[in-house]
Design a protein. Structure first.
Length: 341
């Protein structure tokens, strides 16, 4: 078009911006908008809304605010979608209270909330931890027939973060009765809640339900359940999950670094031998695991074993952090080995 001397109109520019945005090419999308302005093609509310959305996806929150202010100054704020898109941008930036203000402004203007608007508002209250207002908005969403896995997932996320087990169980039952199938985020939040509350049996039942629905529990869920079992002293199934995680994610640092949870759990019940076996099986044990093992030796009065561990680390040319080094110095002093410091 441009080669033939034809200047694109705002609809062509908007289409190009959307194409670039969907491809994740936010720089080119912004350049299209800049070219549009240079060519004297005045943007309307739809164009501005597109620009705000792409700035939000690119994490350019200040630029999105500038465009929104430009719209306000041009008296182009008349659409529910524009307010909702801007509220989403503010929510992504963590400015939940500022996002809520936009919905209040919508109410003042008499604009009707869409299902997307309600869910964005719910997300803001959830992230703020406002159980009362989140519950009210969630109730309105259900009454409007817009209760989907995303809405339920938002509520479950809040209950998990606040440790509200009865409320979470009620929500899970309500979801089943409504015939809404939970998504992975919903299940993940519920497993996290049960594990944090030391309800390992309930967490395992949720994982089994996930598998029945065709979901494969991811690394985070398996690791969370594994840790809960270790801290609850349910060692045999916990170690099964440990072996499973290492088999599935053999090079995953997260799976290795969580070994210190088992070391601590074994130490609390005086099972030092099992802790030693686990530590020896850990490849590339990090500073946390090493420090934990040294602490166990100290608690058991086994200073010589601690010194042997130190020597092995030095033989393997492993770097020792300051915390571990301080513990080693303590072990030397208690063992009376001043000349080896």
């Amino acid at each position: 078009m441009k080669v033939q001397g034809i200047i694109p109109n705002k609809y062509v520019y908007t289409t190009m911006m959307n194409v670039c945005s969907r491809a994740g090419d936010y720089a080119n999308a912004a350049e299209v908008f800049a070219e549009m302005q240079r060519n004297g093609c005045l943007p309307d509310e739809v164009v501005y809304c597109t620009v705000i959305n792409l700035y939000g996806k690119a994490g350019l929150y200040d630029e999105a605010e500038k465009v929104f202010k430009e719209m306000a100054d041009s008296k182009l704020l008349s659409n529910e979608k524009t307010y909702t898109v801007m509220a989403n941008v503010r929510a992504k930036a963590g400015h939940y209270k500022e996002a809520v203000k936009l919905f209040e402004k919508m109410g003042e203007k008499g604009l009707t909330m869409s299902p997307v608007s309600w869910k964005t508002l719910l997300h803001c209250y959830v992230m703020e931890g406002d159980v009362v207002l989140a519950s009210k908005v969630f109730h309105d969403i259900i009454e409007a027939g817009a209760g989907d896995a995303v809405a339920y997932g938002n509520m479950m996320n809040m209950y998990a973060n606040l440790g509200l087990v009865p409320e979470a169980q009620g929500l899970h039952s309500q979801m089943r009765e409504a015939g809404v199938v939970p998504d992975e985020k919903f299940y993940g939040s519920l497993v996290k809640l049960y594990c944090n509350a030391s309800l390992v049996k309930e967490a395992k039942m949720v994982v089994e339900e996930m598998e029945q629905e065709g979901f494969v529990p991811d690394q985070i869920i398996n690791t969370t359940l594994m840790q809960a079992r270790a801290f609850s002293r349910v060692f045999k199934p916990a170690m099964f999950f440990w072996d499973l995680m290492l088999a599935i994610f053999p090079t995953c640092f997260s799976a290795q670094c969580h070994g210190f949870h088992f070391l601590q759990a074994y130490g609390r019940v005086g099972r030092l031998q099992e802790a030693e076996m686990l530590f020896k099986s850990m490849k590339n044990a990090d500073g946390v695991a090493i420090s934990t093992m040294l602490t166990l030796y100290e608690g058991a009065g086994k200073n010589m074993e601690a010194l042997t561990l130190k020597q092995n680390l030095l033989d393997q040319a492993m770097q020792i952090d300051s915390r571990t080094l301080n513990q080693l110095i303590t072990k030397h002093v208690k063992a009376g080995l001043f000349c080896t410091l």
